[in-house]
Design a binder for this molecule. Structure first.
Ligand code: ZN
Length: 240
């Protein structure tokens, strides 16, 4: 019998999703975000980079603005109107106090109860090596949740300390603990990935809709087995 996942907590009002690149949230998470914003919850996106090194055929100076626009359109589709970009360098984000400080400052500014980030393990599914950016940002998100609450760490941020993060939810992991039923958000999840037209166009010759649908519906159906047969987006939840 497949282990059944717990439903994600829903007694919260504000979430901050922090990832390395435009598109990171659109490979699954966005369907869950759509269901949350439908329920009146507020979700803010924070990207550590503008994804400027993500398109082989476009110079970073041109790719950055394109990817920023694609991310804003993706976010709007799932009810997210606030998208912020830090200017860490795509591909070479360094884990360290500079990154932790930027993330802690954002957590203090937005005062979320839930933080969302992406798989920061060495691999995807045990075989595909993860990127250095995902490893650095995911770990820094968990660390910054604590930093944000300690007024003696990064004491010079504009916003006051915030010790109200109750959970950090990590998407795309091999060992999830919780899930969200995305029946109502799945179609918008597909369309939010399709908004990354320039990125997907450089990635594959496949029709963008076919590609996005296969990705998003495929993940959600695969996870349904451990969530009562319902299409799901899964997370590993770290309570604080
Ligand atoms: Zn990424």
């Amino acid at each position: 019998m497949t282990l059944q996942l717990e439903p994600m907590p829903d007694d919260w009002q504000r979430a901050l999703a922090i990832v390395a690149h435009p598109d990171d949230l659109e490979y699954g998470c966005a369907s869950a975000v759509a269901t949350w914003t439908d329920a009146g919850r507020e979700v803010v996106y924070l990207m550590a980079t503008r994804g400027e090194a993500g398109i082989d055929t476009l110079d970073p100076s041109a790719a950055g603005p394109v990817r920023e626009r694609e991310e804003l359109a993706s976010a709007a589709l799932v009810g997210v109107t606030s998208v912020e970009f830090l200017d860490h360098a795509d591909g070479v984000i360094e884990y360290g106090t500079a990154l932790r400080r930027d993330l802690a400052a954002a957590i203090r500014r937005h005062r979320p109860e839930l933080l969302i980030t992406l798989n920061f393990a060495d691999t995807w599914g045990g075989t595909q090596w993860n990127t250095p950016d995902h490893r650095a940002v995911g770990r820094a998100v968990l660390d910054a949740a604590g930093d944000a609450g300690n007024r003696w760490i990064f004491p010079d941020t504009v916003a006051a300390p915030w010790n109200g993060v109750r959970w950090i939810a990590v998407a795309g992991v091999d060992d999830p603990t919780h899930a969200v039923d995305v029946t109502s958000g799945l179609e918008r999840g597909v369309r939010s990935l399709m908004e990354h037209r320039a990125y997907i166009g450089a990635l594959t010759d496949e029709d963008p809709e076919k590609y996005a649908r296969a990705q998003i519906e495929g993940f959600a159906r695969q996870e349904a087995a451990r969530f009562g047969g319902r299409p799901a987006v899964t997370f590993r939840l770290y309570p604080r």
